[in-house]
Design a protein around this ligand. Structure first.
Ligand code: 13P
Ligand code: SF4
Length: 391
């Protein structure tokens, strides 16, 4: 059973970047009420055949995910895209930063298409290149830049990944953040520090819960305050400089609801994504990436009870796929990722039919210099020793 008590709409989850990116809504978008949408999507996919490869992130709507050739988290999808060189078009059902990563990792002649260009990510938008460059300048002024290694979560724009590539840093995902941090802390000698972008929660949870650092070793850089709101002394003392960013979806889960559900459901297991707040993760039984969450539920015994703190499309899908397990959502309100949800059937049909008609639409193309340096940072992640990029 999925617990969805209050039908509130998520507000402000993911900024609509459509107008900012100079994008116009396609005039020929089919109406959502068109009863033939499923048949039209099938026909377009059939007509495109091997030319198209459809990727679907686990947080996508069911109506779209049914057409995905592969599903996965952001890292797996980027790798899967790279593993299909014969596909002319990669239709990415996910958000903008994921499509950028796919473009970076695929051959130049392959075109990556995002069915709605307004499918951004509020977390990725919380770290803009100019802000990160300002923060770096402040670290130069504080005399620490030569021992700081920037590490960015996959959930960031290509230019932030490129910044990390240029400054001896790397990309990480929620399933290898500990390995990436271990690597980063070895790069500049014993005084090494990490600037972790853009998700403060993943950075803090990994440093404190997986690597033995303390909360006192962490400071938060607020890009909206002069000097990040930190003194040079605070920067010098810190091991982890956490960017003040968060996921608007995972940031909503609260300790109170964990307590309530433990009271209400005897024996419930609390399973959360590391993008959740530290206080919530501390109260959880298990924490891990989207793929880890899926595998944990698959391996769980029949009759077991779970409250899951991740995006609602995935939690609902897991509940539907495992009717023998009692699966609840770890929030009292309906909380989809609104930008993930922008990829709906009308946009998917529009993109696929356009491609089938020979018309390229909504192509995501990272400029060559950004692509080069972002690839350097991505490659450093792929080369990480020991535990690889999968759970
Ligand atoms: P993963 O896909 O790496 O689990 O990240 C979660 C997320 O928030 C994706 O937008
Ligand atoms: Fe971004 Fe969070 Fe949505 Fe993922 S779930 S796309 S991190 S806002």
């Amino acid at each position: 059973m999925t617990t969805v008590d209050l039908p509130l709409l998520p507000l402000g989850l993911g900024k609509d970047l459509g107008s900012e990116r100079g994008v116009e809504c396609p005039g020929d978008l089919p109406p959502a009420s068109d009863p033939d949408l499923v048949a039209r999507a099938k026909a377009a996919k059939e007509a495109l055949g091997e030319k198209v490869f459809v990727l679907g992130h686990h947080y996508q709507r069911d109506e779209v995910i049914q057409f995905a050739d592969v599903t996965g988290d952001s890292f797996k999808l980027a790798r899967d895209a790279a593993g299909r060189p014969e596909a002319e078009y990669i239709v990415f059902c996910g958000v903008h930063f994921m499509a950028e990563s796919a473009d970076i990792l695929t051959a130049p002649e392959q075109k990556v298409v995002l069915p709605d260009l307004a499918a951004g990510c509020s977390m990725a938008d919380m770290a803009r290149l100019a802000q990160v460059e300002d923060a770096w300048d402040a670290m130069v002024d504080a005399g620490i830049a030569d021992v700081v290694v920037p590490v960015t979560y996959m959930n960031s724009s290509a230019d932030i990944k490129a910044f990390c590539g240029k400054h001896d840093g790397a990309v990480c995902t929620s399933s290898n953040a500990d390995v990436a941090l271990e690597w980063a802390f070895q790069q500049k000698g014993p005084d090494s520090k990490v600037l972790f972008l853009p998700d403060q929660h993943l950075g803090r949870n990994t440093a404190v819960l997986k690597m033995g650092y303390t909360l006192d070793d962490c400071v938060v850089w607020n890009p909206l305050k002069p000097n990040g709101g930190l003194t040079a002394e605070e920067l010098k003392r810190a091991k982890m400089i956490l960017w003040k960013g968060h996921c608007s979806v995972h940031g909503r889960f609260s300790e109170d609801v964990v307590d309530e559900l433990r009271e209400k459901i005897p024996g419930v297991n609390i399973l959360v994504h590391p993008e959740c707040k530290h206080e919530v993760v501390l109260k959880a039984d298990l924490v891990g990436s989207t793929e880890f969450i899926i595998k944990t539920i698959e391996a769980a015994p029949a009759g077991s009870s779970w409250a899951i703190g991740t995006e609602l499309n995935l939690v609902k899908r897991l509940a539907g796929q495992h009717p023998d397990k009692n699966i609840s959502f770890l929030d009292k309100t309906v909380c989809y990722c609104s930008t993930m949800n922008r990829i709906d059937l009308p946009h998917f049909v529009w993109a696929m039919e356009s491609l089938a008609a020979g018309k390229l639409v909504n192509v995501i193309e990272v400029d060559p210099d950004t692509e080069h340096w972002a690839k350097v940072a991505l490659q450093r992640m792929l080369d990480l020793p020991g535990k690889s990029h999968r759970d």
